[in-house]
Ligand binder design. Structure first.
Ligand SMILES: [Zn+2]
Length: 296
């Protein structure tokens, strides 16, 4: 084999490993799309401008690694300053002094509703919305301890990595391995599999049941409250599973066995909820726009 060809194969492998990090985002977007009303399909079609929704859903992570996008890095998470596994909580005033996922998602919804937003701005806001609702359903994107688990070193299938990365990438990759190695095809099959399931959309985090009943009306005028409820549910998994026996119980450990098995139903449920909730928002935004059409 020529050196050139070997290098080509290596670089293809490297990029396909990297891209698995996008599997969750693709699956959430494809799952949401299946619940779109006709109005929402038209709304999304205009804002996607020919791009597939699962490809649009991974744009925000690429953008944050560009010079222009660097200031948007903090938009993808909130550093909850709680004390897992003793106590999990998200407090906006404490944890989100500037731009974080808690206020950026509502801002994106506002941009999509505003009469003053141009079509290119709306297209960008839509891309952020469909990406960030996914991030919000990753427990370690809603946790500040050890920088969201980035500083907790573990192994997964004997590969050294971090707790954050296994929840972003490895657990999802292993979960979806039965659907093949092509990322987009796997996301489609995973979304199809989840679409046929039915979880209780009521949040299982204590005290949240009052506004996460199913079905619940989306209140586009008060998006912060709903986003906070979703964030608190996601964050509650840090105490209930991700770090339930403390940092030392996972640090330096191999997590592709029993820990992985326990994580799978949680990941399925969170991705299902992210897809359903994203669809309910986009359906509501589209319904509002069709009642009072706004020219771009
Ligand atoms: Zn992200």
């Amino acid at each position: 084999m020529s050196t050139m060809r070997a290098l080509f194969i290596l670089s293809t492998l490297a990029s396909s490993v990297f891209c698995w990090g996008n599997l969750g985002h693709r699956t959430v977007a494809l799952l949401a799309e299946q619940d779109f009303t006709e109005e929402a399909q038209a709304f999304a079609k205009q804002l996607l401008n020919g791009t597939d929704i699962d490809t649009a859903a991974i744009w925000a992570d690429k953008y944050k690694d560009t010079p222009d996008g660097r200031p948007t890095g903090s938009w993808h998470f909130v550093n909850a300053n709680d004390t897992p596994p003793l106590a999990c909580d998200v407090v906006p005033r404490r944890d989100c002094a500037q731009s974080c996922i808690l206020n950026v998602i509502p801002n994106m919804a506002r941009l999509l509703r505003s009469l003053d937003t141009t079509l290119p701005e709306k297209m960008e806001a839509f891309n952020f919305l469909i990406h960030l609702v996914g991030d919000l359903h990753m427990p370690l994107h809603v946790e500040g301890l050890a920088r969201g688990g980035n500083d907790i070193h573990v192994t997964f299938a004997a590969e050294p990595t971090t707790l954050h990365i296994i929840w972003d990438v490895h657990i999802l990759q292993k979960r979806a391995a039965e659907y093949g190695t092509d990322e987009r095809a796997a996301a489609k099959r995973w979304a199809q599999e989840l679409h046929n399931r039915s979880y209780d959309l009521t949040s299982r985090a204590a005290g949240l049941q009052h506004y996460l009943s199913d079905p619940h009306p989306v209140d586009l005028a008060q998006p912060e409250e709903e986003i906070l409820a979703w964030a608190q549910e996601s964050n509650s998994w840090v105490c209930r599973y991700v770090l339930k026996d403390g940092q030392t119980s996972v640090s330096g450990r191999e997590l592709s066995g029993g820990y992985y098995e326990g994580a799978v139903p949680i990941v399925d449920e969170l991705i299902w909820k992210a897809g359903k909730r994203l669809a309910s928002w986009i359906n509501a935004l589209a319904a509002e726009q069709s009642r009072s059409p706004v020219g771009p």
